[in-house]
Design a protein around this ligand. Structure first.
Ligand code: HEC
Ligand code: HEC
Ligand code: HEC
Ligand code: HEC
Ligand code: HEC
Length: 196
């Protein structure tokens, strides 16, 4: 019988783990279904961006007030809704639910739609400051009755824009004001820009 020593066992386990990790990474890379593109979960209240941002023309920043100031865009607290819904449409059962949550001091548990893994750093502020519009990454939100993830949000998706390949023309023009047909790059693609 062949005897397996402790060291051989450890080596075996290490090799198994390394192969395992690389196959998972490979699977993530080659199956685009790992991306949540198209994800549009039902929300606890039928809040419509089409109605509020589209028909009513309420500015995105009125509700997502941190988007120019911080890494996160922020979801509005209920007092922002109550600016209108203390008087608007108060007979609606949805608005009654909203008002009850507000007076009980309980938040509405919105289902998160866009979510990068924890090991990725994404600052909203830097993008908005360079004129990248919400639509460039989130699609035509003003037409969405229910919010949907329009972009892949994969590493390749970030890289293509940073390299200048998919960058909106107005962003290229802003970053290269004196160049005739600017091509980029518009932002860094070194690993520690987004992973640190
Ligand atoms: C009246 C307030 C209001 C306005 C105006 C508004 N939003 Fe929102 N937004 C919300 C609320 C509440 C949610 C969470 C509920 C939901 O996902 O539908 C949300 C969710 C989102 C999400 C998804 C968040 C996630 O979980 O990933 C995006 C993206 C977004 N809004 C973008 C926009 C853009 C772009 C505009 C302007 C065109 C805009 N919003 C205007 C209130 C608002
Ligand atoms: C600037 C004013 C304003 C703000 C702020 C606002 N809404 Fe509204 N909301 C409206 C108007 C106007 C309507 C359409 C009323 C109608 O159909 O006559 C509406 C309709 C709705 C409806 C549909 C009600 C129904 O039964 O048809 C929901 C749900 C709703 N809002 C949720 C919210 C939530 C949640 C927030 C906060 C994130 C919010 N609203 C913030 C103005 C506002
Ligand atoms: C360069 C692409 C890009 C642009 C431009 C952009 N977003 Fe986002 N947005 C994202 C990504 C990526 C996430 C997921 C972030 C995460 O999980 O950390 C996100 C998440 C969100 C969320 C969920 C809450 C949060 O902060 O994670 C909201 C709300 C939102 N964006 C609104 C907006 C609004 C409003 C604008 C325009 C003023 C905007 N975004 C511009 C890519 C973008
Ligand atoms: C549509 C184009 C576009 C997309 C998509 C995009 N970016 Fe950017 N990114 C930019 C621009 C433009 C800048 C601003 C560079 C500057 O400030 O001069 C930037 C800057 C950054 C910065 C700051 C860079 C620095 O030097 O400090 C980080 C971090 C970043 N992006 C991460 C991401 C991540 C993560 C994603 C994908 C989830 C992403 N970006 C998707 C255009 C984009
Ligand atoms: C512009 C932003 C950005 C830069 C620069 C970047 N990454 Fe990423 N990376 C991401 C995002 C976003 C994800 C998550 C993508 C997903 O879930 O599909 C990711 C995921 C990963 C993963 C997880 C496995 C995978 O393939 O999904 C690894 C490993 C990784 N990055 C390594 C690197 C290395 C090495 C570099 C430098 C050559 C780098 N990244 C540069 C944005 C970036």
């Amino acid at each position: 019988m062949v005897r397996i020593s402790g060291t051989q066992k450890k080596l075996g386990v290490a090799l198994f783990l390394i192969i395992g990790v690389f196959s998972i990474m490979g699977a993530v890379r080659f199956f685009p279904t790992a991306s949540n593109q198209g994800y549009a979960p039902e929300q606890p209240l039928p809040f419509s961006h089409k109605l509020h941002a589209g028909d009513q023309k309420i500015q995105c920043q009125y509700c997502h007030s941190d988007v120019e100031k911080s890494r996160h865009a922020s979801i509005p607290p209920l007092n922002v809704c109550m600016n209108c819904h203390s008087v608007v449409k108060v007979d609606s059962p949805y608005i009654q639910k909203l008002r009850k949550a507000f007076s009980d001091g309980k938040p509405i548990e919105w289902v998160r739609v866009h979510e990068l893994p924890d090991y990725v750093y994404f600052p909203h502020k830097r993008h908005v400051a360079q004129g990248v519009t919400c639509e460039a990454c989130h699609g035509n939100v003003k037409e969405m009755a229910r919010i949907e993830q329009k972009s892949a949000l994969t590493m390749g998706w970030c890289m293509e824009c940073h390299r200048g390949e998919t960058t909106p023309p107005q962003v290229l023009a802003k970053i290269y004001p004196h160049v005739k047909n600017p091509r980029g790059p518009v932002a860094s693609v070194t690993c520690n820009t987004c992973h640190n």
